[in-house]
Design a protein around this ligand. Structure first.
Ligand SMILES: C[S@@+](CC[C@H](N)C(=O)[O-])C[C@H]1O[C@@H](n2cnc3c(N)ncnc32)[C@H](O)[C@@H]1O
Length: 525
């Protein structure tokens, strides 16, 4: 362990994840759904992300949001990566390599409109959690927003001993490099499960959970389970600590949770009617849905908007459909439940948003010309945003300001795709958020911009890149295999001949071309 790492796993770098909840635009829109005032986002706004990892979310948001961005992560390899993205985008940002403690003591930081941290809280010491909150106490504006996510109780309680086994092995029998340490600790737990400890009889989910973890990226496993610190907390304890730093709990950053009927049973809602304290109510919901991971938004001084102002702001926001209307499913998973959507209500809104080649639209005209009532329309937008099929957009003025930085960042990510598939997102100037966009789509996008406009040409161009690298396509075969524990796996095979590879790439290129109108609407093309 190095002397700067404070028990945090630093032997391997983190994955290139993207989290829309860290986007100031998305945070602001969530608060609006709940009728809570949030800062306007303008060229004078300032935002901050703590523990930005590889800096993908931080850079997407720095490029796609007007104003200035700041952030810190004490891992120098992470800071170097974040700053490489920043040089590519030319966004107005500063990414430091400070520890949370050093950052909290800086005298050269502005007042922030938003602060976000994702995947940090559980994995650092109590002292570091206070340093993070101290950044907010000193630098979050009155009315500013703060996003935090963490593993929570009671959902994690039965499986917490699994983490204990992993860290136990890593602490006392550690050998080899980061990947070998992960593999050895996983093998140790696997062998223990095979030896049938009686504990498993009482926690039947343990084995399933382990199988799930086994398939995850080794770097992710290391950062999730092999840090010396790993503190599970109840929501109420987090809220109480935040209160000490002048932060009020506002809401969960999961849009569908603005409507309890969407994810709580009737019995649960009846019971919750008997509980008036908002902190207890929120904590009880974690029992009702057996939640293991929370995504919370706090505000420095919650102020409520009137109902009419809330509605006006929600309906005058522009929205974009991110999936062709015909492909939007009418079943949606919300926590443990599945909603069957009312087609008569949902389809017309989705088709309206698809009109004029997915042009982003506010909902004022739709509301005044259709029979739908405001609450029903909000429900549609909330459910569609929950699944990501619809996203709220920034103002036209904001889009103009961020367009160039997004183009530059996206071009850099697409160029990287020639050699690596580690990033699966691009920045949308329209939404101010990232958009899922895999390696082959990135390669096709760069080639499309270079003038290869047909599926044949795109496939040939992509194959040239792959064959130059000595790479081959790996595809899932049609048949499915059922394993001993009943899980379905798809056997995968490598395509050997150039013809097979080009033919498969052509299928992917055809899909890419079909989705072009959406990509154009999101301003990725
Ligand atoms: C699990 S990663 C999450 C990264 C990123 N937020 C994401 O979700 O992709 C936690 C990050 O926090 C950083 N970190 C941990 N302790 C820190 C500290 N005391 N000061 C600064 N950064 C820290 C680590 O280097 C790591 O990049």
């Amino acid at each position: 362990m190095n002397n700067w790492s404070e028990g945090y796993f630093t032997e391997s770098t983190y994955t290139y994840g993207y989290y829309r909840e860290l986007s100031p635009n998305f945070m602001r829109w969530c608060l609006l759904l709940k009728g809570i005032a949030a800062p306007e986002i303008t060229e004078d706004s300032c935002h901050c992300e703590l523990g930005y990892g590889q800096g993908l979310s931080a850079n997407i948001h720095a490029a796609a949001t007007p104003g200035k961005f700041f952030g810190t992560d004490f891992n120098p390899a992470h800071a170097a990566q974040a700053n490489e993205f920043l040089s590519a985008s030319g966004a107005d940002a500063k990414f430091f390599e400070d520890s949370f403690e050093d950052f909290s003591k800086r005298e050269d930081l502005p007042q922030f409109d938003s602060i976000g941290f994702h995947g940090i809280w559980t994995w650092v010491s109590a002292e570091n959690r206070r340093h993070m909150l101290e950044v907010a106490r000193r630098h979050l504006k009155s009315g500013g927003m703060l996003y935090n996510s963490y593993n929570c109780l009671p959902g994690w309680a039965p499986n917490a001993p699994m983490r204990e086994l992993l860290i136990l092995h890593d602490k006392y029998q550690r050998a080899g490099n980061a990947d070998e340490r992960v593999a050895a600790a996983m093998k140790f737990v696997g062998n223990l499960i095979d030896a049938e400890p009686v504990y498993l009889n009482f926690v039947p989910d343990f084995k399933r959970r382990f199988e799930q973890i086994k398939n995850q990226n080794a770097h992710y496993i290391a950062h999730e389970y092999l840090n010396l610190d790993w503190d599970l907390m109840y929501f109420a304890d987090v809220a109480e600590l935040c209160q000490e730093f002048k932060l009020d709990f506002a809401m969960s950053a999961i849009p569908a949770e603005t409507n309890e009927a969407m994810y709580l049973s009737e019995k649960a809602r009846e019971f919750l009617k008997t509980v008036s304290n908002p902190i207890i109510r929120e904590q009880l919901k974690d029992y009702f849905i057996n939640r293991q991971f929370r995504k919370d938004i706090f505000v420095r001084g919650v102020r409520r908007l009137s109902r009419t102002e809330t509605y006006d702001k929600i309906f005058s926001t522009r929205y974009v459909l991110t999936t062709p209307a015909a492909s939007v499913p009418m079943k949606v998973k919300v926590h443990q439940g599945e909603l069957n959507l009312n087609e008569e209500r949902y389809r017309p809104v989705i088709e309206y948003l698809e009109r004029d080649n997915f042009r982003p639209k506010d909902l004022l005209e739709y509301l005044s010309t259709s029979q739908i009532n405001p609450n029903a329309l909000i429900e549609v937008i909330v459910v569609m945003a929950h699944t990501g099929h619809v996203m709220p957009c920034q103002s036209e003025n904001a889009v103009k300001q961020v367009k160039r930085a997004c183009e530059r960042l996206n071009a850099h990510i697409c160029e990287r795709a020639n050699f690596s598939g580690d990033i699966a997102f691009l920045a949308s100037p329209l939404t101010g958020c990232g958009v899922e966009f895999g390696r082959f789509q990135q390669i096709f996008l760069a080639q499309y911009k270079a003038g290869n406009k047909t599926a044949d040409k795109l496939a040939e161009a992509a194959w040239k890149i792959l064959s130059r690298n000595g790479e081959r396509m790996i595809v899932e075969e049609k048949e499915k295999l059922a394993s001993e524990n009943g899980e379905i796996s798809h056997p995968r095979k490598m395509l050997e001949t150039p013809e097979e590879n080009v033919a498969h790439l052509k299928i992917l290129a055809e899909n890419f071309l079909k989705r072009l109108p959406v990509f154009k609407a999101l301003m990725l093309v």
